[in-house]
Design a protein around this ligand. Sequence first.
Ligand SMILES: C[S@@+](CC[C@H](N)C(=O)[O-])C[C@H]1O[C@@H](n2cnc3c(N)ncnc32)[C@H](O)[C@@H]1O
Length: 305
Amino acid sequence: MSAQTPPPGFVTADLGQAVGGYYDRTADLYAQLWGDDIHLGFWDEGERPGAGGADRHAATERLIRELVEFAGIAPGSRVLDVGCGHGGPALYLAGRLGCAVDGITLSAEQVSRATARAAQTGLSARTAFRVADVLGGGLAEGAYDVVWAMESLMHIADRPAFFATALRALRPGGVLALNTWAVREGALDAAETDLVRRILHSQVLPSLDSIEAHQRMAEAAGFTLVRTADWSTQTAGSWDPEFALLEQPEGGREYMMELARERGADVLRFFAAVPLMRKGFATGVITCGALAAVKPAPGAGGEVA
Ligand SMILES: C[S@@+](CC[C@H](N)C(=O)[O-])C[C@H]1O[C@@H](n2cnc3c(N)ncnc32)[C@H](O)[C@@H]1O
């Protein structure tokens, strides 16, 4: 197990309600500034984001393509998308790969947006979106070829339970594909601990684990062929001022104050994260990891749920 003691994260009696509420209140802001993809961009090493975030969509779509490739997602797969957001990844999987995608999220606002986008893009027949907590029970067992979780696992407190749930939802031989924000392996010093604590609070995150800890959890749950990749360098441009427009919304401070009055002060979390994340990536304490794993098939020597 990791030697690190995680700093206390966003603690509440109902984390799911807090996460869902956060995404409900910020859905239009994310949509305006980032579009349908609410996740990091991906660039080749040495590349930076284009001026004014001109390559925003290309970079966020690239992350989806990278995970598809890394995990080996087959065209036509039945996919459970855990934390589907506004549906960007689900619509990519349905539209480009012909997958049938069930998307779940904690935010009703996100479900409305994803459902509307599916209709606009002619993908309603291959996608379905609903409000559900992945750990809330009620997922069909053994029904999916792929469990996909793009930047949602960091919001989930009980990560071993997530891996156990994903294993149950997959058919034998099915694939788990995820990427997540993470923290570097090993003990953190006081300044790093403080930075991580502020990030956890700004983004409604209960904790962050290292990429290595995710690998150990997937293996402990019973997954086989578990592989991880550190994508920190390739995704770090997401926090460049050119890309992360969240720091400088049109209307500036006054606009932010108005938002806070309208929706409650916690909407400001949305803007607070950017400089913190930039520092986290620059100092190497915050990382971005990808993980791919397979549910063992019967007779393959692994346990099958
Ligand atoms: C950063 S957004 C990522 C959205 C989407 N995957 C994308 O890449 O555009 C995080 C998502 O995780 C979802 N989420 C967090 N915890 C969840 C849980 N326990 N069950 C289901 N969804 C969850 C949120 O509702 C939100 O849709």
